[in-house]
Design a protein around this ligand. Structure first.
Ligand SMILES: Cc1cc2nc3c(=O)[nH]c(=O)nc-3n(C[C@H](O)[C@H](O)[C@H](O)COP(=O)(O)OP(=O)(O)OC[C@H]3O[C@@H](n4cnc5c(N)ncnc54)[C@H](O)[C@@H]3O)c2cc1C
Length: 430
C-alpha cells in the first residue's frame, strides 16, 4: 500500500513539535509558513523589522511541500480576457510580470541564499492535446515573445519523442528557462533563510483572528495574543473559516499526486529522455516529471476537485500515467498524496489589504515562483519601501453571492469537467 504523505516529506525533518517561544509584540506578524509567508518574513527581517511567522501546523504543512516541484509560471487566463477585465495595458503587464519576474526572483534567491533544493533548469514541455492547439500556439509565439521575451520553441511530433516518449501529444511547446526542484527541501531551506535573517518561525500555533487596535493589530492565538504593527495573511488554499472575508474569495481545489516506486534507470531514460517537466493542454491537467534523483516518475492531475478517497485517486492517476506510458501499467505506486491549491475567482493571484491586513494569495494552481515573489512584494509594501510595485495589486479578489465559504460547487464543477474530458478525448490529436 502506498503511503498517503508527500514523497517530498521523506527527505525532510518536519517540525511537528517545535514551538519556539515568541514575544508579545512584533513589527510584523505573518500568518502561514509556506513559500509566501517565509519569503515575506525573510524580506521583512532583512529590512530590520522584527517578524513572527505563525503556522497552524508544522511550517510548510500546506501546498508548498506537497506540490509537483515545477518552477516557472504560465498564464491561466488568456490575454483578451484579462484585457476585458483590467484594460490592455494592465493585461500585458500582468502577462509579462507572470512570465518574467517570479522565475528570475527565485533563481536569484536560490543562489543568494544557497538554498539546498535540487533546483535545475530542466525546461518545461507543454504537450498539445490536438493539432489545432499546436497550430494556434505556434502562431501566437511571436506575440508571446514580444510581451515576455522567453526562450521557447515548438517541438514537432516527430522530434517530440526525444523529449517525452509518448503518443499522447500532437507535439508541444518547450520553455527552456523553466526548472524543477524538490519542494520539501525548497520550503525547509526558505524557512531557514527567514530565520537566518532574524525572523521567528513558529509552527503548531493556529491564528484564530486578527483585530485592529489603535496603533496596529492584535493577533489571537491559543498561546496568547500578539501585538503587531502590520499583519500578512499567507494562508492561500488552507485559509480557515474564521477568516471569512478571505475564505469567500479563495477556494481550495484539491490536487492529488502519485510517485512510482523506483524504476530501472534505462526505463526512465527511455520514457523521459529529455528530463523535462511535462504539462499538458487538456483539462485533466496531468503534469509529471522525474524525481530529482531520477529514480521515479511523479504525476499529478485532476482526480476530483475536492477530497476523494486516496484509493480512488490513486487508481485514476495510475490510469492516466499508464495511458501516457503504457509500460508503467503494472508498476508499484509508493506514495499518493493530496494538497490544496488556493484559487481566486479571477484565476489570478492578488496582493492587497482588507481593513489594513495584508494578504497575498490566489495562486490558482502554480506558485513555486509566484508565491515567494509575491511574498517579497507584500513585505516591501508593508515596509513602504522601493521595489514594491507589482501589477498583482491591480487584480481583483471578488467573491460570488452563492459562495459563503464552503466550496459546495467543486464536485459540480468536477462533473462538468468530466464532460469536457469526454469532448477533449473525441478531439484527441485532431
Ligand atoms: C498537489 C499540488 C501540486 C502543485 N504543483 C505545483 C507545481 O508543480 N508548480 C508550482 O509552481 N506550483 C504548484 N502548486 C501550487 C503551489 O504549491 C502553491 O501555490 C504554493 O505553495 C502556495 O504557497 P503559500 O505559502 O501561499 O501557501 P501554503 O504553502 O499552502 O501555506 C499556507 C499555510 O498557512 C497555514 N495556515 C492556514 N491558516 C492558518 C491560521 N489560521 N493560522 C496559522 N497558519 C495557518 C497552513 O497550515 C499552511 O502551512 C501545487 C499545489 C498543490 C497542492
Amino acid at each position: 500500500m502506498p503511503v498517503n504523505t508527500p514523497y517530498w516529506w521523506d527527505a525532510i525533518e518536519r517540525e511537528t513539535d517545535a514551538q519556539p517561544e515568541f514575544n508579545s509584540e512584533y513589527d510584523a506578524v505573518v500568518v502561514g509558513a509556506g513559500l509566501t509567508g517565509s519569503s515575506a518574513a525573510r524580506t521583512l527581517a532583512k529590512n530590520g523589522a522584527s517578524v513572527l511567522v505563525l503556522d497552524a501546523e508544522a511550517p510548510g504543512h500546506g501546498a508548498s511541500t506537497r506540490n509537483g516541484g515545477m518552477v516557472g509560471e504560465g498564464h491561466r487566463v488568456p490575454l483578451q480576457v484579462m484585457a476585458a477585465r483590467y484594460g490592455m495595458d494592465t493585461a500585458r503587464d500582468l502577462l509579462r510580470e507572470t512570465y518574467m519576474e517570479p522565475l528570475g526572483f527565485v533563481k536569484n534567491l536560490i543562489q543568494e541564499e544557497n538554498l539546498d533544493c535540487d533546483f535545475k533548469t530542466h525546461g518545461r514541455f507543454r504537450g498539445m492535446w490536438n493539432k489545432a492547439e499546436y497550430d494556434a500556439t505556434a502562431q501566437s509565439l511571436d506575440e508571446l515573445r514580444e510581451i515576455a521575451p522567453m526562450n521557447v520553441e515548438m517541438i514537432s511530433p516527430e522530434k517530440m519523442k526525444a523529449e517525452v516518449n509518448t503518443n499522447m501529444y500532437a507535439g508541444g511547446l518547450l520553455i527552456h528557462d523553466h526548472g524543477g526542484l524538490h519542494p520539501g527541501k525548497y520550503l525547509s531551506s526558505m524557512v531557514d533563510a527567514a530565520r537566518r535573517a532574524g525572523a521567528t518561525v513558529c509552527g503548531n500555533t493556529p491564528v484564530s483572528g486578527v483585530k485592529a487596535t489603535g496603533s496596529g493589530f492584535e493577533v489571537m492565538t491559543d498561546r496568547g495574543p500578539v501585538r503587531a504593527g502590520s499583519v500578512l495573511m499567507a494562508t492561500n488554499g488552507y485559509t480557515k473559516k474564521s477568516f471569512s472575508w478571505l475564505k469567500r474569495r479563495i477556494f481550495p481545489v484539491t490536487v492529488y499526486v502519485i510517485a512510482t516506486e523506483e524504476l530501472p534507470p534505462e526505463l526512465i531514460e527511455e520514457l523521459m529522455p529529455g528530463g523535462r517537466m511535462v504539462v499538458e493542454t487538456r483539462h485533466r491537467h496531468c503534469y509529471y516529471r522525474q524525481s530529482p534523483d531520477g529514480k521515479r516518475i511523479i504525476l499529478g492531475a485532476r482526480a476530483g476537485l475536492s477530497e476523494i478517497p486516496f484509493a480512488k485517486a490513486q487508481k485514476i492517476l495510475h490510469g492516466l500515467l499508464a495511458e501516457i506510458f503504457p509500460k508503467l501499467k503494472n508498476v508499484g505506486i509508493s506514495h499518493c498524496w493530496r494538497g490544496n491549491t488556493g484559487f481566486s475567482f479571477s484565476f489570478l493571484p492578488h496582493l492587497g489589504q482588507q481593513e489594513g491586513v495584508w494578504h497575498a494569495m490566489g495562486f490558482s494552481g502554480s506558485g513555486n515562483g509566484m508565491a515567494p515573489y509575491l511574498g517579497n512584494k507584500a513585505a516591501l509594501n508593508m515596509l513602504g519601501v522601493q521595489g514594491r510595485e507589482t501589477s498583482f495589486t491591480k487584480t481583483t479578489l471578488e467573491t460570488k453571492f452563492w459562495h459563503r465559504g464552503w466550496p459546495w460547487f467543486l464536485p459540480i464543477a468536477h462533473a462538468l469537467y468530466r464532460v469536457v474530458d469526454i469532448r477533449e478525448n473525441m478531439r484527441h490529436l485532431k
